[in-house]
Design a binder for this molecule. Structure first.
Ligand code: PGA
Length: 250
């Protein structure tokens, strides 16, 4: 069965709750495409108002982060049960900005991935190399390591339903998009890594996104690649351009 594309916006630390409602209202007529799962990953405080604004549309509201404990003395964190109760079905895990600024590691990513599955939330697991790693030719080794640790103790059935976002760090927010060949090469290697950990059926089912300066002008070519099943979109997800990205095949 063909994999359904999944195109997710990552709002990062943008939009107050009232701005979030406004943006959902602006984008909702623009992001209608039955061929694609459409997700807006929004700041925690925006989840409930955005969910309300998106009611009755094809938009899923997702989270940008989640903690790996059930509840308790973890000031400032958001639990999986809180997300579930708010109606969240997707959560970004291990974005490079969280790894860089908030000390997330492959090990904490793994704990969060396991916890998300335990609660029936689909993780969008981020991976990707720095410019130095790319220049030193270790991109694929590095990304394989990230994936192998992120999926430790994750069952094949869970992995089949997961989303992986390959985001080269040097392409995030820089306007420097990876070439289609570079993006496809790593997304293909990720799928092969999943086949190695699990089996061909799991590798064929898992969805692998590309992220990093995805725009209305490059989305169609990127998403046409065999192993690229959509995108994780930062900057362009805050603009009407996101409609063109979601409707890349129209
Ligand atoms: P960008 O961000 O599209 O602004 O490069 C992508 C991301 O960080 O998910």
């Amino acid at each position: 069965m063909a994999r359904k594309k999944i195109i997710a916006g990552n709002w990062k630390m943008n939009m107050t709750p009232s701005q979030a409602v406004e943006l959902v209202n602006t984008l909702k007529p623009l992001v209608v495409n039955d061929d694609v799962d459409v997700v807006f990953c929004v700041p925690a405080i925006d989840i409930i108002p955005a969910m309300e604004a998106a009611k009755g549309t094809n938009i899923h509201i997702g989270a940008e982060n989640m903690y790996f404990e059930e509840k308790g003395a973890y000031t400032g964190e958001i639990s999986p049960a809180m997300l579930v109760d708010a109606g969240v079905k997707y959560v970004i895990i291990g974005h490079s900005e969280r790894r860089e600024y908030f000390a997330e590691t492959d090990e904490t990513v793994n704990k969060k991935v396991l916890k998300a599955f335990e609660h029936g939330i689909t993780p969008i697991v981020c991976c990707g190399e720095t410019l130095t790693q790319r220049e030193q030719g270790v991109t694929i080794d590095f990304v394989r390591q990230q994936i192998k640790i992120a999926f430790l103790n994750v069952s094949a059935e869970q992995a089949a339903s997961a989303v992986i976002a390959y985001e080269p760090i040097w392409a995030i927010g820089t306007g420097k998009v990876a070439t289609t060949e570079q993006a496809e090469e790593v997304c293909k290697a990720i799928r092969e890594c999943i086949a190695e950990i699990y089996d061909e059926a799991t590798a064929a089912a898992i969805r692998v996104q590309y992220g990093g300066s995805v725009s209305a002008s490059n989305a169609a070519e990127l998403f046409a690649q065999d192993d690229i099943d959509g995108g994780l979109v930062g900057g362009a997800s805050l603009k009407p351009d996101f409609g063109q990205i979601v409707c890349y095949n129209k």
